[in-house]
Design a binder for this molecule. Structure first.
Ligand code: NCD
Length: 330
């Protein structure tokens, strides 16, 4: 496979991604999706390169997905776990990153509970002229680009498996429901979905969906609508994305009770009758069953795209590591 043109050294935010960049990622992910369907699911693209996962915050799917993606590209992988690291002895995050740089790391995948940490490390690496690419795997409430890209890929593949492309979402109604304010997944998705020309509808209680979110829709090809009730967001929706209530990020009491929240904003088969008949549901995981989505809906393979999202994640992350690693953008 010849590397398509890619000029970004780091992937930290989707705010300024161009349609052409989305399409390169979607096409590259589609070819890796094909590789992953083969008997030998591995390519030598990043042989000899070192991909380091620096996850300062818990993760199941994102960390494992990046690790598998790197391995499928034949890279060597290093995994850092804060609890058993020298951070417990007072080492700074930046010194930790420099340690992995000194071991020959080519790509760093970084998750941190504070917004801006991947950006800070990327700037430090550039200052050192290290040539290292930094990928933001979730920073505080800021962004989670690879999650939004795998969501985009899942939707586009569903619409055209052979040629997934951004324009397929033009005019589609996509509802994002739940704890928007604490969600980096929602923020990254807002950039990608409004870039596609989709009609994006956000729904949640006012404490979890401040008016400020309307600014994400300004001067974008798509449109953005805010609702403090579920029904108008679901009406005739093509896709619905549920978000977890991120209670670990709530500094104050923002909700009446989980039961009441489920009654008002929880997704169920019954509620989805307002949507298009073919509606499909996404959720980035981890799921709180019976809170943001009913167990029955989550497990319904006719409606739920959750397993496909996880599968797409590996192909999309292979595409990102490949583009950053072999193109050596920037
Ligand atoms: C999300 C995250 O960590 O931001 N999960 C994920 O990466 N798949 C969403 C969440 O924690 O609810």
């Amino acid at each position: 496979m010849t590397a398509p043109s890619w000029t970004r050294r780091h992937i930290l935010s989707l705010a300024d991604f161009t349609p052409a960049e989305y399409d390169v990622i979607l096409q590259t992910a589609a070819s890796f999706r094909e590789v992953l369907s083969r008997r030998t699911k591995k390519v030598p693209a990043l042989q000899g390169q070192v991909v380091t996962n620096l996850f300062f915050e818990p993760s199941t799917r994102t960390r494992s997905s990046f690790e598998l993606a790197a391995k499928r590209l034949s890279a060597d992988t290093l995994n850092f776990t804060p609890g058993t690291s020298s951070l417990t002895k007072g080492e700074t995050i930046l010194d930790t990153a420099k340690t992995y740089l000194a071991m020959g790391t080519d790509l760093m995948v970084i998750r941190h509970r504070e917004a801006g940490v991947p950006q800070t490390i990327a700037a430090a690496m550039d200052h050192l002229q290290a040539g290292v690419g930094v990928l933001n795997a979730g920073d505080g409430q800021h962004e989670h680009p690879s999650q939004a890209l795998l969501d985009l890929f899942t939707l586009c593949v569903l619409l055209d498996a052979k040629q997934p492309r951004l324009a397929l979402l033009e005019g589609k109604k996509i509802a994002i429901v739940g704890d928007i304010v604490h969600s980096r997944v929602a923020r990254s998705n807002l950039w990608s979905l409004t870039a596609s020309g989709a009609e994006v509808h956000l729904a949640g209680p006012p404490t979890l969906l401040p008016k400020l979110f309307a600014t994400y829709g300004e001067n974008r090809p798509g449109s953005l609508h805010l609702h403090w009730e579920l029904e108008p967001a679901l009406e005739k929706a093509d896709f619905v994305m549920a978000l977890r209530l991120q209670r670990e990020r709530m500094s104050q009491h923002l909700l009446p009770s989980l039961r009441e929240y489920h009654q008002q904003f929880g997704l169920t088969h019954d509620r989805l009758r307002l949507c298009q008949p073919q509606v499909r549901v996404l959720h980035p995981g981890p799921v709180n069953r019976g809170v943001e989505i009913s167990s029955e809906l989550m497990d319904d393979p006719q409606v739920s795209l959750i397993p496909q999202q996880v599968t797409s994640g590996v192909a999309v992350r292979m595409a990102l590591l490949y583009l950053m690693g072999s193109g050596r953008g920037g």
